[in-house]
Write a protein that binds this ligand. Structure first.
Ligand code: AMP
Ligand code: ZN
Length: 677
């Protein structure tokens, strides 16, 4: 088999597995085997740039950075939809239609997905452009980002028209949304409010690799073009599905408005079982011929109408407003409600967000409030029933002191939240930081749970995570529900955690904005906590993917406080002191010997592009050698490329490009000689 044949075969296989998994939801290969094939393809493509294909499955991992999205005109305007809210509205709509078209009218009922609308253009079966709705006439070209969404086909199958557009919705399923939020909370960041805004925000990210990491999905429901080979909306859905698109499975043909209402009533109740957010039903005249006769108003098609579900709303009594303190000291006011049924779950609490929100709605304890579950996962209070306000009601006074440690709260300009500044002494913050430290992705301490941490803090046995390492069985035995065996397990777990690698320890320290990935980056770059603590702002932002915000946060974390000599209060330990203790207990505060062996700075940050096949090392080994010796690997040649390491069969286009840009092309041996000393 020639390389070209092999490339085409792998592309075909991967495309099919991808389709089975993401569109049909039916895996036909293990993740591992998929990755192996993808890597194989990637290497072949790197070695043979002459077979480059912008629609190859390897393009899905992203990496293209768009600074400014191009504005593109839609060939066919993207209209909005008229809304309806009742049976009467729908009947009026039908009357208007029947005046304009002859004969029977059938309707398709589809769910109205709440995401970001998108128009995809396919030419000869290849995705060539993805454009947001924008103002309906013009949108943003977000093709690089859309390509990373696995359910968007890059290449179609079957008897598709040579040129057409297909429209649909980019959505973020609840599962993926929740997982993203867990990661954010772990990194000390504010969680996203709702899936829809997060989905549309994702489309405008500059780094498509970041989009690739987001679990977005794409549901397509509308073919647009001239001379399409379909006669009805239903047929359009079926055809689109045959060509490889993910079309909503829930669509029904209705012969009358009564049947439309059956569909609506069913999904009004059952939509909460769906993996995505929906906010209504879209009813469309099924026949495209009739659609054409009906045409458009200045804003919307006459042949379609959206029926909006009422956001489920209930009223209940707000019993008490309490305040929660987070790991970073952020205060969140919480409404404790008389339990009430809403959208299929019992609701006892609702978030009040911040002081402004409470003041704006004048929410008070004892009020009867309206609670709604819209796009948000946590229900929210949308108003107060003033008629039922008790006579002795008093306006809510937002707390001025921390509910936990009584410290006066602070609020910085431009921040909606209040914070407890008593980082070192506030028990909830202390416990939350230790809980983060022991969590699964950080130190993963077996035998120690969040509640025990709270108890240990309350009993004054620990004040920070370093204190965990000096605990003794005798100290913890008296704790509630602690037996000899569990005490020993706990201490064994603590001891075992001393072997946890540096990058996870660094994540566990709880530096704001330093999540798992950032911790890895920093660990790899600085190699030890000492080097990281010694870094200044410029050195920090020089690291790949470390921006101003993260750099400032790292500096603040390691700042040496100016000791107040006249203070009567004993000074609490600084982060540097805590880390000093972790060191003496034998934790991994640097990359281990094995990892370090063979790591140098010889290449001094130079960027390498690797092309072709090598005799002494594999491509993967070569790339690792570059990184281990302080270089960077990039997949494409640009002005920033320092060297191209060329093996056998280096692609001619890469060679020409390197020559044009006057970038040195070196052989495998020359490279190995470079790092030899
Ligand atoms: P609106 O933004 O309220 O004017 O509603 C129109 C939008 O609903 C369209 O632009 C689509 O993005 C979205 N939508 C969601 N599901 C559907 C569907 N099944 N058919 C048509 N439009 C839909
Ligand atoms: Zn506090």
């Amino acid at each position: 088999m020639t390389s070209e044949e092999k490339i085409n075969q792998l592309r075909g296989e991967l495309r099919e597995h991808n389709y089975n998994y993401y569109v049909l939801d039916n895996a036909t290969i293990s993740d591992y085997d998929f990755d192996v094939k993808l890597k194989e393809l990637q290497e072949l493509e790197n070695a043979h740039p002459e077979f480059y294909d912008p629609n190859s499955p390897t393009e899905r991992v992203g990496g293209e950075v768009t600074k400014n999205f191009d504005t593109v005109s839609h060939s066919f305007r993207m209209y909005s939809l008229d809304n309806s809210y009742s049976k009467e509205d729908l009947e009026d709509w039908e009357t208007r239609i029947k005046k304009m078209v002859d004969g029977d009218v059938a309707y398709t009922c589809e769910l109205k997905y709440d995401g970001a609308s998108m128009s995809l253009t396919y030419e000869n079966g290849l995705l060539v452009r993805a454009v947001t709705r924008g103002d309906g006439f013009k949108g943003d070209d977000v093709t690089a980002n859309i390509k990373t969404i696995n359910s968007v086909p890059l290449k179609l199958k079957g008897d598709f028209p040579s040129l057409f557009e297909i429209r649909g919705e980019i959505v973020l399923p609840f599962d993926g949304f929740n997982a993203m939020n867990e990661a954010r909370i772990e990194a000390g960041e504010e969680p996203y409010r709702n899936p829809r805004n997060t989905a549309s925000g994702s489309l405008k990210l500059q780094d498509s690799a970041e989009v690739a990491r987001r679990p977005l999905d794409c549901l397509l429901y509308s073919l647009v073009g001239n001379n399409l080979p379909v006669a009805t909306q239903m047929e359009g859905l079926r055809k689109a599905s045959e060509w490889g698109f993910k079309v909503p499975q829930i669509a029904k043909l209705a012969k009358s408005i009564d049947e439309v209402l059956d569909f609506i009533n069913h999904w009004d109740v059952h939509r909460h079982e769906l993996p995505y957010e929906t906010d209504g039903v879209v009813v469309k005249v099924n026949s495209l011929q009739q659609q054409e006769e009906l045409g458009f108003t200045s804003k919307a098609p006459r042949w379609a109408i959206a029926y909006k579900f009422k956001a489920e709303q209930v009223s209940t009594i707000l019993e008490e407003i309490t305040y929660q303190v987070g790991r970073t000291g952020a205060i969140t006011p919480v409404a404790n409600l008389q339990p009430v049924q809403l959208a299929g779950t019992t609701v006892k609490r609702a978030s009040l967000h911040n002081a402004d929100q409470i003041a704006k709605l004048d929410i008070r304890e004892g009020d009867t409030v309206f609670v709604e579950k819209g796009g948000e996962i946590i229900p929210k209070i949308i108003g107060v029933n003033l008629d039922l306000r008790p006579e002795n009601s008093v306006p809510t006074q937002y707390i001025e002191q921390c509910p936990d440690c009584n410290t006066t709260l602070v609020r910085t300009e431009g921040d909606a939240k209040h914070y407890c500044p008593n980082e070192e002494g506030c028990p909830t913050q202390i416990a939350a930081r230790i809980q983060h430290f022991i969590s699964r992705k950080a130190m993963d301490i077996e035998g120690l749970g969040g509640e025990t941490v709270t108890l240990l803090v309350q009993e004054g046995l620990i004040n920070n995570y370093a204190d965990l390492y000096t605990l003794t069985v005798d100290e913890i035995l008296p704790l509630e529900r602690m037996a000899q065996k569990s005490a020993e397990n706990l201490l064994d777990g603590v001891k075992a955690s001393k072997q946890i690698p540096f990058e996870r320890l660094l994540f566990g320290l709880g530096i704001r904005f330093v999540g798992e990935t950032v911790a890895k980056k920093l660990a790899k770059h600085f190699k030890s906590i000492d080097a990281l603590m010694a870094a200044n702002f410029e050195q920090l932002v020089a690291v790949d993917e470390i921006g101003d915000r993260i750099a400032a946060s790292v500096l603040a974390f390691f700042k040496i406080p100016e000791h107040d000599l006249f203070s009567e209060m004993p000074q609490s330990e600084t982060h540097r002191e805590v880390i000093g203790r972790l060191k003496t207990y034998g934790l991994q505060l640097a990359i281990s010997e094995e990892e370090l062996a063979g790591q140098t700075d010889i290449l001094d940050g130079a960027t390498f592009v690797v092309s072709g096949v090598f005799a002494k090392v594999t491509r993967t080994e070569l790339k690792k050698l570059i990184e281990d010796n302080g270089g960077k690997v990039s997949s494409s040649i640009s002005k920033k490329t320092g060297y191209v390491v060329a093996g056998d069969n280096m692609g001619p286009s890469k060679r020409t490009k390197a020559e044009n840009l006057a970038i040195p092309v070196i052989s495998e041996d020359e490279f190995l000689a470079m790092i030899a000393n």
